[in-house]
Design a protein around this ligand. Structure first.
Ligand code: HEC
Length: 185
């Protein structure tokens, strides 16, 4: 009996379940889902007076999943320099350096140079030249200060937080820069 019922069930699924063809609607056994109030994105929605937009603006302070808001504004550079702590501080193992090198060479070397000396291939074309990261003022920067510059950008340099999404990867870039500094000085 069980087998017969099972076969019957499979036959019903096979007959009505799928494969109705591109332009034909399936036979719907349970029709509750056919009649619903969902609206298409970009569509007109008569239920949301006064703007009638189907797409809603997310509530204030909504953030995407996995997103961690950066707690400093651009102007709070001194505060960020003081307070930010590198979770990879002092770690110069092969793995951390390889990770930093990868992101540095993809995102920074074109301007700051592969050795960090500020002579990347496009540097000479820039009105405000990229500074050397291995001498001068940047040598005196805290790790937090560099993190701030990568995360929000600095002056004419844009933010790289979208290119280097993971905070830890940004810190690895900083370790890589620290290592370049050590090698150069
Ligand atoms: C398109 C070229 C360009 C790229 C790519 C670039 N920078 Fe810069 N960077 C600059 C320029 C130009 C300045 C100077 C900005 C100014 O003073 O207005 C600068 C400044 C800096 C400073 C000094 C900031 C300060 O507070 O004084 C640091 C540190 C730095 N960059 C690190 C990086 C790192 C790390 C990357 C890669 C994630 C990177 N930059 C990618 C052009 C670039």
């Amino acid at each position: 009996m069980k087998v017969v019922r099972g076969l019957l069930f499979l036959t019903v699924i096979y007959t009505f379940g799928c494969g109705a063809g591109e332009n034909r609607t399936n036979v719907e056994l349970i029709q509750d889902m056919m009649d619903q109030i969902s609206v298409k994105a970009q569509d007109w929605n008569p239920n949301v007076d006064p703007d009638f937009q189907a797409m809603r603006v997310p509530p204030e302070n909504t953030v995407p999943r996995g997103f961690k808001p950066y707690p400093y504004t651009l102007g709070e550079v001194e505060k960020a320099s003081r307070e930010l702590r590198n979770p990879l501080s002092g770690q110069f193992g092969a793995e951390v350096l390889a990770r930093g090198k990868k992101h540095f060479e993809i995102n920074c070397a074109v301007c700051h140079g592969a050795d960090g000396a500020g002579k990347g291939p496009v540097a000479s074309k820039m009105a405000v030249p990229p500074p050397s990261l291995i001498e001068g003022k940047v040598l005196g920067y805290t790790e937090g200060r560099i993190f701030h510059a990568i995360t929000l950008g600095w002056g004419v340099m844009g933010s790289y937080s979208r290119q280097i999404r993971k905070e830890e990867d940004r810190w690895a870039v900083i370790n890589y820069i620290k290592n370049l500094q050590k090698k150069a000085n």
